[in-house]
Design a binder for this molecule. Structure first.
Ligand code: C2E
Ligand code: CA
Ligand code: CA
Length: 420
């Protein structure tokens, strides 16, 4: 049922699904009181219809419903590429709510809060009034896409974007945890559409992987990334020879995300070494990041390929560690040089003792296996202190810097070095 409004609207639209009409109407009323337009429904079919047609900016999902539970609703929203701000509501215990939130966040949904029932009207109002977006400035989609519309890209669109060179890289700095020195950058791909919208990778990498376009995309990433890194480090050695001398900037690395499918493309893998030779970039400064689950799909196949890359001098990182199902044994068998603690633990470490324990265990495991440990998704200073205390080696996250365009990096580095 749609609640009609007469007051001026904020442009915010909240879609609510809850099997309890009392609660649904209460949420509606709270939202309406701050001029947020609402639609409340108990029916899953109707809910998805509104989610597609009405482009809600916010969605409130009850976890426990008779017809289709909240987890299924969230999975379907993720499948449809929903980027509305989602509030999970439920009377369940804290651990169940946290698990639901984690699963939804892993699926790429923008979960802004979990509200245990009963919740205070003030906490809901506060959430709806927040204007901040958790995604980075360069990540945001302008226009209607940002309003939460769901749109699934098609293979032809991706192919055309590749033909027209609509992809570029942004780079997120990575620091040494203890000294705070710059250690390197992670290259993250962006799709800049002709209309100006910037599409984040989670919305097209899975499509690229399914359709085999990932190899062309990776070639583009390698071309742009290695060329940029070569130019950037060469420039720094001439403009800041002292910092290189003191090793404050020496040994910088460039991390590149590689889909495991790409590993099977032997000619592409061979060509990476040639690119390094051409740009005079030592192979040891390139780190390939593979996700835990993908690297484990076929351990024997992966073992050969990864070992060959290590023999060529490249470094290998196991990404998103803690979210997959690898055992310690599998980790020992594959020749990784770095382990990256998944951001879902790091982002929440300051208020989750459980997540702090997971981080500490992963750092211990990594060190016992002789691996460098990186924590990604650092968003607050308390967590940085914790990471230092547990001896984590490297760190990256919004607290240090969001991913930056190549033309922004030099300024960031100068500021970081206190040279600007
Ligand atoms: P990832 O490899 O885990 O990359 C880290 C993601 O976390 C990036 O999202 C980054 O912008 C985001 N991030 C960094 N610090 C923080 C923080 O403090 N808080 C939060 N909330 N997020 C943070 P992004 O750029 O949207 O990339 C998403 C994923 O897409 C990447 O996850 C990676 O798996 C994939 N990806 C990105 N570029 C490429 C690429 O060139 N090739 C392939 N195959 N995959 C890529
Ligand atoms: Ca990564
Ligand atoms: Ca990661």
């Amino acid at each position: 049922m749609r609640i009609e409004k007469e007051k001026p609207m904020t442009g915010k639209r909240l879609l609510i699904i809850d099997d309890d009409p009392m609660i649904g109407r209460t949420i509606s009323a709270i939202a309406e009181s701050i001029s947020v337009e609402t639609i409340y429904t108990v029916d899953a079919g109707e809910f998805f219809q509104h989610a597609a047609d009405w482009a809600p900016t916010h969605i409130a999902v009850d976890l426990v419903m008779p017809e289709m539970d909240g987890i299924q609703v969230l999975a379907e929203l993720a499948h449809r590429g929903c980027n509305a701000r989602i509030i999970i509501t439920s009377g369940q215990g804290h651990r169940i709510l946290e698990a639901a939130k984690r699963s939804a966040a892993w699926r790429g949904l923008n979960i802004i809060a979990v509200l245990g029932k009963p919740f205070s009207p003030a906490s809901l109002r506060e959430l709806l009034m927040e204007s901040g977006n958790t995604s980075s400035v360069v990540d945001r989609l302008p226009g209607s896409l940002e309003q939460g519309a769901m749109y699934e890209f098609r293979e032809e669109e991706l192919q055309q974007a590749l033909n027209e060179n609509q992809f570029h890289l942004v780079y997120q700095p990575k620091l040494e945890c203890q000294s705070g020195n710059l250690a390197g950058f992670e290259a993250l791909v962006r799709w800049q559409q002709p209309g100006g919208a910037v599409v984040p990778p989670d919305r097209f990498i899975p499509l690229a992987e399914r359709t085999g376009l990932i190899d062309s995309l990776t070639e583009h990433v390698l071309d742009e990334g290695i060329a940029w890194f070569s130019g950037f480090t060469r420039k720094l050695t001439t403009t800041h020879p002292e910092e290189f001398e003191r090793n404050v900037l020496g040994g910088l690395t460039l991390s590149i995300n590689i889909s495991v499918r790409t590993l099977a493309n032997s000619s592409l893998m061979e060509s990476i070494e040639n690119r390094c030779l051409m740009w005079k970039v030592p192979t040891s400064s390139i780190i390939f990041e593979l996700t835990e689950t993908s690297a484990m799909e076929d351990p024997v196949f992966s073992l050969d390929l990864l070992t060959r890359l290590r023999l060529k001098g490249f470094q290998l990182s196991i990404d998103d560690f803690g979210t997959g199902f690898s055992s310690m044994l599998q980790l020992v068998r594959l020749p990784f040089s770095e382990i990256k603690v998944d951001k879902s633990f790091v982002m929440t470490a300051s208020d989750s003792a459980e997540h702090r324990t997971v981080i500490k265990s992963i750092v211990g495991l990594g060190h016992n296996l002789g691996l460098k440990c990186t924590a990604e998704g650092l968003e607050d200073p308390r967590t940085l202190q914790y990471l230092r205390d547990v001896g984590c080696d490297l760190v990256q996250g919004y607290h240090i810097s969001r991913p930056l365009r190549s033309d922004q990096i030099e300024e960031w580095v100068m500021e970081k070095l206190g040279l600007s």
